[in-house]
Design a protein around this ligand. Structure first.
Ligand SMILES: Cc1cc2nc3c(=O)[nH]c(=O)nc-3n(C[C@H](O)[C@H](O)[C@H](O)COP(=O)(O)OP(=O)(O)OC[C@H]3O[C@@H](n4cnc5c(N)ncnc54)[C@H](O)[C@@H]3O)c2cc1C
Length: 433
């Protein structure tokens, strides 16, 4: 079968890999010069199934107001009225209750845990080197309130039999020795020992080569302009230079999937939530983290990636704007200076921003659409790197008609309200806009 994958971020590339492993003829189209150059480029580097949880949690609407008033706020909302943003916030707030949180978290955990197992196999099969480590992740708590709040998460981890360690200060220092220098700044921690870390871009870039060996063709520097529909099926994908046809099509264009989908009557609930990172060279390994540390006050993750440290966080609701805002740089710099003051050369920070493709319920959309030969693999939000391996493998099985390893009926776009069916107009050209 010929399959066309639209987008070669971490999601499109893993999808292509698993499709090719199953013997399909796969072509991937992306507007960038190589894979993984947009949101997958400089994320926090955590592969953290145990941390998979929706942002939409009970109490978030009130917390959001408090956050927005703080100096180094983890949440910024551009006050300019915008229909898409308002719709996303409203939909997300309707999910901020115990019942929805538990449902959404359990879906995310199922996919993330499957992803962990899939990565294990993929690493064995490929031996890729992407500054990967298996040293767990550590959430640091600075207040009693945070410790109490974490007990709910531990109850859910218990429910899913996911191992964790509830640590006092010394336990945190055993896991992350450099924290001894700032031990007065935190009171406890929650460690997820099965979590991993790695550079998502390095991985994606190397996986492209593996894909090529399996026969996948990559069409880079190719902007997707529109979709053509005939007889209620995708007939072809139109790019700047030519039309591409296949038997089946996968949309994996991250935060840009919506624009394409809207033109064929599919209202995807994904909204771009901007995040920032800095990457700095390590100058003092003893003063540096060994894995990922999450600061619960600022919602910032600090990850060791070989001889570099990546510091990433903040959620900015500001459309597809990718401007680099110096105030956000100050926030991420503040967190590393606070916890690992002598670790890195801050004069050489590489500042970056990316758009997380977020669904209101936090769960990605993996699976079929109302158009029989069109599939989605998008909306992975905060944990796309973590869930990519499982999502790619699951979708490849769905497309191939194989028995899948995990349940997926509640992962497709169909869980959102009824989609408008694509209007049947033979040969209709639908501009992306
Ligand atoms: C600050 C930050 C920190 C994060 N930290 C983590 C983390 O620690 N762990 C984790 O699991 N996740 C993390 N994430 C989330 C993760 O990075 C994303 O979920 C993931 O990268 C999304 O991958 P994607 O392939 O869907 O999107 P992308 O990587 O954006 O890929 C989409 C691709 O589609 C292409 N495309 C778009 N439009 C077109 C078009 N018209 N024509 C042709 N090509 C097109 C783009 O060029 C791009 O290559 C973080 C995100 C951010 C922003």
């Amino acid at each position: 079968m010929q399959v066309l994958v639209l987008g070669s971020g971490i999601i499109g590339t893993t999808t292509a890999y698993y499709l090719a492993l199953q013997g399909h003829q796969v072509r991937v189209i992306d507007r960038q010069a190589t894979a993984g150059l947009e949101t997958s480029f400089a994320n926090a580097g955590q592969i953290s199934p145990g941390y998979a949880a929706p942002w939409a949690a009970p109490g978030i609407p009130f917390k959001a107001i408090k956050w927005m008033l703080s100096k180094h706020s983890p949440l910024i909302v551009n006050p300019k009225p915008d229909w898409e943003k308002m719709k996303f916030i409203t939909r997300m707030f309707t999910q901020c209750n115990e019942k929805s949180y538990t449902t959404n978290k359990s879906r995310m955990l199922r996919l993330a845990e499957y992803s962990r197992l899939s990565l294990q196999q993929l690493n064995l099969d490929t031996g890729l080197d992407y500054d990967n480590e298996e040293k767990g992740t550590l959430q640091l708590f600075r207040t009693r309130k945070q410790v109490l709040a974490a007990q709910k998460d531990m109850a859910i981890l218990d429910k899913f039999n996911m191992p964790y360690e509830s640590l006092h200060v010394n336990g945190c220092i055993d896991a992350e020795p450099a924290l001894a220098r700032v031990k007065h700044k935190f009171i406890a921690g929650l460690r997820l020992p099965m979590d991993q870390t790695g550079d998502c871009y390095k991985f994606t870039d190397q996986l492209v080569e593996r894909c090529r060996k399996l026969g996948v063709i990559f069409e880079f520097n190719t902007e997707i302009k529109s979709l053509k529909i005939e007889n209620n099926q995708i007939h072809s994908v139109v790019t700047e230079t030519q039309e591409y046809k296949a038997d089946k099509y996968v949309v994996a264009m991250g935060s840009f999937s919506n624009k394409l989908l809207k033109t064929i009557g599919i209202n995807s609930p994904v909204y771009p939530v901007k995040g920032y990172s800095i990457t700095v060279p390590v100058i003092n390994p003893d003063a540096s983290p060994v894995s990922t540390i999450m600061d619960e006050i600022h919602k910032v993750a600090i990850t060791r990636l070989g001889d570099r440290i990546r510091v990433a966080g903040t959620a900015e609701l500001n459309g597809h704007n990718l401007e680099l805002n110096e105030k956000r740089r100050a926030t991420v710099r503040h967190v590393i200076a606070d916890l690992f003051p002598d670790a890195a050369n801050m004069q050489q920070d590489e500042f970056w921003a990316g758009l997380r493709p977020m669904t209101p319920d936090g769960t990605p959309m993996v699976g079929a659409t109302d158009i029989p030969n069109l599939y989605l693999n998008t909306g992975h939000g905060t944990l796309g790197w973590t869930m990519s391996f499982g999502s790619g493998r699951l979708l490849a099985d769905i497309i191939s008609g194989n028995k899948t390893d995990i349940r997926y009926d509640d992962l497709s776009i169909h869980r959102y309200k009824k989609q408008k069916r694509a209007i049947e107009k033979p040969g209709r050209l639908i501009p992306v806009g």
